[in-house]
Design a protein around this ligand. Structure first.
Ligand SMILES: *Cc1c(COP(=O)(O)O)cnc(C)c1O
Length: 289
C-alpha cells in the first residue's frame, strides 16, 4: 500500500503566513499520523501472523488505525486498556466505537503493557502504545520527503516545521530526516517526559527536535475552555478542523513562541478527527458550546 502525497496549503492566521501539511487528508480510514507511523507494517508479508496485539487508551487514534489494518489483513485485533467508563460501554462513540465495529476485542487491565505481552505468542504481531517504535521511521521519512518537495515547490525561505507530540516519535524522526528545524511541544506528560521518550529512540540529543514549553500544565485528555476556544477560532479563521486532543495544546504553545522563531512556519496536521466525536461530546456536556 502507498499513500498519495497529502495536500500542502498556504494559510494566514492572526495575520501571519502559515503553511499547513494536511496529513488529515492522507487516507479516509486512517488517522493521518498513525498511517505514517504504521506505513512500514502495511507493506510487510507477516505470513505467520494471525493476531495484532496492542495497548493504550480507550480513545486512542492508534487503536482505531490498527483496527483498520487488522480488518484489511484479516487478523484478529486484541487491545488492552486500563479502564473503560460505563457510559462509554453503554454509549460507544469515537475511536472506541469505530474500532469495535472493525472487530476489536478490548480488555480492561491495570497493567496494560505487561498483560499485552503476557497474552502474546510468536504468531502475534505486537505494536507499542501509540506506535512508538523504530519501524515508524519508514513512514515518517516518506512524510519528510514530501515536505522537502512541498517546500521547494512553494519556494519557502527559511522554513521550519512544527507539530505537537504525544510519544514524540513523529517529531523525532522528522528531525532526523529533514535538513530544516523541527519544533514540537509535549501534550501527554511534561517536557522531561517527552525528552525521555526521544531518548528511547535516539541517544544523540543534538538530533532532537526543539521543545516549546509553557508554564501552564495541560493534563492530557482533560478539557479546558480556552483550548476549545482556540480550536474554534482556528476553524473559523483558516477553515480547518484540527484534532481536539493534541492540536489545541499544540497551537497554544506555538503562539506563545511564534514571534521568537525566525522563518516561515509549516504546521503538520496529523489527523485524529475521529477522536473529536467523543471530545466534542464532553465539551458539550460541560460547556454547552
Ligand atoms: C498520535 C498523534 C499525535 C502524536 O504523535 P506522536 O508521534 O506520538 O508524537 C499527534 N496528533 C495526532 C492527531 C495523533 O493522532
Amino acid at each position: 500500500m502507498t499513500f498519495s502525497p497529502s495536500p500542502f496549503e498556504k494559510h494566514t492566521f492572526r495575520g501571519r503566513e502559515i503553511f499547513v501539511k494536511r496529513d488529515d487528508a492522507l487516507h479516509v480510514d486512517f488517522s493521518g499520523n498513525k498511517a505514517r507511523k504504521f506505513h512500514w507494517f502495511f507493506n510487510q508479508e507477516f505470513p505467520h501472523v494471525k493476531r495484532l496485539v496492542s495497548y493504550g487508551s480507550n480513545q486512542s487514534n492508534a487503536m482505531y488505525s490498527l483496527s483498520v489494518m487488522a480488518r484489511m489483513r484479516g487478523w484478529e485485533f486484541i487491545y488492552f486498556c486500563n479502564h473503560i467508563p460505563d457510559f462509554l460501554k453503554e454509549h460507544p462513540i469515537g475511536n472506541y466505537k469505530h474500532s469495535l465495529e472493525n472487530g476489536m476485542q478490548i480488555f480492561e487491565t491495570i497493567q496494560r503493557q505487561e498483560d499485552a505481552y503476557m497474552f502474546t505468542d510468536s504468531s502475534d504481531l505486537v505494536i507499542e502504545e501509540g506506535g512508538r517504535q523504530k519501524e515508524a521511521e519508514f513512514g515518517v521519512k516518506v512524510l519528510a520527503d514530501e515536505l522537502k518537495k512541498d517546500i521547494k515547490r512553494s519556494s519557502i525561505e527559511n522554513p521550519y516545521i512544527y507539530l505537537p507530540s504525544g510519544t514524540g516519535t513523529t517529531a523525532l524522526f522528522l528531525q532526523k530526516n529533514l535538513p530544516f528545524r523541527v519544533f514540537t511541544c509535549s501534550t501527554v506528560g511534561g517536557d522531561e517526559y517527552l525528552k525521555n521518550q526521544f531518548l528511547e529512540l535516539e541517544l544523540n540529543e543534538k538530533k532532537f527536535p526543539k521543545i516549546l514549553s509553557c508554564k501552564k500544565k495541560y493534563h492530557y485528555g482533560k478539557i479546558y475552555k480556552e483550548l476549545y476556544e482556540i480550536w474554534l477560532e482556528i476553524k473559523k479563521d483558516m477553515g480547518i478542523t484540527f484534532d481536539l486532543m493534541y492540536d489545541p495544546v499544540g497551537w497554544t504553545k506555538f503562539l506563545l513562541h511564534i514571534d521568537n522563531i525566525e522563518g516561515t512556519p509549516i504546521y503538520i496536521h496529523q489527523g485524529g478527527l475521529k477522536g473529536n466525536e467523543s471530545m466534542l461530546e464532553r465539551y458539550k456536556r460541560k460547556y454547552k458550546p
